[in-house]
Ligand binder design. Structure first.
Ligand code: SF4
Length: 378
């Protein structure tokens, strides 16, 4: 694992730190000490933004050297019917029968899996709306059918918000829902639905779905059952930087307890086709600072992922120098953020991802969902 961060660069970094307003914070990073809320506040406030990025890069290279991970994955959104009404959501439709509402039949979902049989996809990522018209068997049948069709495929499915909804709707505990889904083929949980944990913000943007405590409790239960999961944060809406830090610290606290999170994925809000379309989107520099601060605050989550469909390919590539070590994957058939105005392609090829990573001076590594190495591409 080669790292570009040489001792000469460290000398340069120390000199720059000494002249900055975050010298003590930087010293703690270089010493490998845990940062606190006030440190995060100062990282968000300092005018020396490149220095924040350099510190995040030190941590990134300490953990991963020059390696940059990606996978070959496919998205399936089986239904966009959702009885919640999150203000930032461009994907959902309230009722079956509404314009553009859809619910896939099993054959349709399987057809999408079959279509990519030759592309050596290793993961299917499934997230959906909270559809009040479906029985629980719809989901277990979906997983079982995918498992029969492609036993080699890892199924990463259902946000904690969906799991909590299933528990309430079908009168089960979180553990019962997770165990039944696992028996049908569930391999791990994605990190969606976390949005921003701060109750003040959540009340305004998504007050009719599970709260932060429920989201965290689902992941706690999943980890205790031996399932790994990811975690996210939707940012760039009406939250403050303190809200972002509070969100990161709550994830860090749960990770201290369970160790079950694999990767943190900050997701940039997109403002088209939803009820927050009067808001400006976060600028690329704001995005990079948020990623860097996340890398510095979340000292116990191994990976930081730039989800390129939301960030844009260029910013995601640049983020490899701002703490990020993972570009997600080929992401066949992304719908959720393209319906919110994302202008990125709907998929990248394996060759595209390798070229992006190499252009950034990093070493591409194809991984599976659980970060086992599929192929090092040197
Ligand atoms: S974000 Fe999820 S829960 Fe909220 S409206 Fe959209 S699909 Fe439904």
């Amino acid at each position: 694992m080669n790292a570009r961060h040489t001792s000469a660069e460290t000398d340069f970094l120390r000199q720059r730190l000494a002249a900055s307003d975050i010298a003590d914070v930087g010293a703690r990073v270089l010493a490998g000490e845990r940062l606190q809320m006030e440190d995060g506040q100062r990282l968000f406030a300092t005018p020396d933004l490149p220095l924040v990025g350099m510190l995040a890069n030190v941590v990134r290279e300490r953990l991963h050297g020059d390696l940059a991970y990606f996978n070959r994955n496919q998205h399936v959104n089986a239904t966009n019917v959702c009885e919640a009404s999150c203000m930032f959501c461009s994907f959902s439709r309230l009722k079956t029968g509404d314009a553009a509402a859809y619910t896939m039949q099993l054959d349709e979902a399987l057809g999408r899996i079959r279509a990519l049989r030759d592309e050596l996809v290793t993961e299917v990522h499934i997230v959906n709306g909270l559809n009040p018209d479906l029985p629980f068997a719809y989901y277990t049948d979906l997983l079982s059918a995918i498992r029969r069709e492609r036993p080699d495929l890892h199924i990463k499915a259902f946000t904690a918000v969906e799991i909590h909804y299933f528990a309430n709707k079908y009168h089960k505990t979180h553990a019962e829902v997770l165990n039944e889904l696992r028996a049908a083929g569930l391999g791990s949980l994605p990190g969606g639905g976390a949005e921003i944990f701060a109750p003040r913000v959540r009340r305004k943007i998504c007050d009719d779905k599970s709260d932060a405590d429920a989201w965290l409790e689902v992941h706690r239960t999943a980890h205790r059952l031996g399932l790994r999961s990811n975690c996210t944060m939707l940012f760039g809406m009406i939250e403050t930087t303190d809200d972002r830090l509070d969100h990161m610290l709550k994830l860090r606290e749960l990770q201290d307890e369970t160790g079950g999170f694999q990767t943190f994925i900050p997701l940039k809000f997109h403002n088209e086709n939803n009820r927050l379309n009067g808001l400006y989107e976060a600028s690329p520099l704001e995005v990079l600072r948020t990623y860097a601060v996340a890398r510095l605050m979340l000292d116990n989550i191994a990976h930081l992922k730039a989800y390129w469909p939301m960030l844009g390919v260029t910013v995601a590539q640049a983020a490899l120098d701002w703490g990020v070590d993972d570009l997600d994957g080929t992401v066949r058939e992304e719908r959720i953020y393209h319906m919110a105005g994302a202008e990125t392609p709907q998929a990248l090829s394996r060759a595209d991802l390798i070229a992006l990573i190499r252009d950034a001076g990093r070493v591409p590594v194809e991984r599976d969902t659980l970060y086992h190495i599929v192929a090092e591409v040197s």
